[in-house]
Design a protein around this ligand. Structure first.
Ligand SMILES: Cc1cc2nc3c(=O)[nH]c(=O)nc-3n(C[C@H](O)[C@H](O)[C@H](O)COP(=O)(O)O)c2cc1C
Ligand code: SF4
Ligand code: SF4
Length: 257
């Protein structure tokens, strides 16, 4: 059983740690390690995906990975997709990507966890309950996976949601300005942002930090910066804006690539 995961702020990693307790023969594989691979072949009987919802859909890094993944047509494929509010059409998009290969998403499991997108950040007072519920949910998911039980995909396959997601992406990137990142004078040039970036989009120099144009929108750099020195566009960032999963550290994120 091979399980592919991606995380910016640690929620996926907290989930896989729980899955590891029950799915003893599973191998957990970071999607970011396959960035430069042209093809990934996997002939496992059971394949899982664990990743966050971005813009009511599958994150681009997961979409690109799924396109290059070759799997058996009759593999049991499941996904644990998490989100702050709604998965939108993420499960259905993943199913469409798999059906291009003659396979399908047999089971989908949604988990609500704190939203790390800053624009819609989950209030601090609501976060402990979300973290506390997750392990029990994952225990239930694990028993269904071990039974290879088909489970109806959560969310919707409405193409209108796809349009809403694209609008959300435009607003966050272009208007709120997440693609216009800069650092304040608090930056110590420690290099952590460069090391957590899953797509190598950041270069830290002795006197400067440079952001490229292939950002995967994971928000890892913003949240893991120890000095909270990264700003972008017009979105206000203050001491309450940041989120990282309390069970996960920056080294866990760096280990994905
Ligand atoms: C760019 C971006 C877009 C997001 N879009 C959604 C969304 O459409 N719906 C939602 O409920 N949460 C959304 N979120 C919140 C994340 O899905 C959620 O916080 C997730 O658990 C983070 O996972 P991670 O800690 O493994 O990176 C978004 C987060 C980011 C950074
Ligand atoms: S993580 Fe923060 S302090 Fe460190 S180099 Fe990046 S922006 Fe500067
Ligand atoms: S630049 Fe920041 S937000 Fe973009 S992919 Fe890298 S770590 Fe994630």
């Amino acid at each position: 059983m091979n399980l592919y995961y991606f995380s910016g702020t640690g929620n996926s990693i907290a989930i896989i740690r729980e899955l590891q307790k029950y799915l003893k023969d599973a191998e957990f594989k970071p999607i970011a390690k396959h960035l430069d691979d042209a093809d990934v072949n996997d002939d496992s009987e059971v394949i899982g995906f664990i990743f966050p919802t971005y813009y009511m859909d599958v994150p681009d890094i997961v979409r690109d990975f799924t396109r290059k993944l070759s799997i058996k047509k009759d593999a049991f494929v499941f996904a644990v997709i998490h989100y702050g509010i709604t998965p939108g059409r993420a499960f259905h998009s993943l199913n469409e990507l798999l059906s291009e290969k003659g396979a399908k998403l047999s089971a989908g499991f949604g988990i609500v966890l704190p939203d790390n997108s800053i624009a819609l950040k989950t209030p601090l007072r609501k976060q402990p309950e979300m973290h506390a519920l997750m392990p029990l949910t994952v225990k239930n998911i694990s028993s269904m996976v071990l039974e290879k039980r088909s489970v109806t995909l959560p969310g919707s396959d409405s193409s209108l949601l796809g349009v809403k997601g694209k609008v959300g992406s435009f607003v966050l990137r272009k208007i709120f300005g997440t693609e216009r990142k800069r650092v304040t004078s608090d930056c110590t040039h420690c290099g952590i942002c460069e090391r957590v970036c899953p797509v190598n989009n950041i270069t830290v120099y002795d006197d400067n930090v440079s952001f490229g144009d292939k950002c995967a929108d994971c928000f890892a750099c913003i949240h893991w910066c120890p000095e909270k020195a990264i700003r972008y566009g017009i979105l206000k960032v203050n001491s309450k804006s940041h989120y990282t999963n309390p069970e996960v550290c920056a080294a866990d994120i760096m280990a994905q690539k």
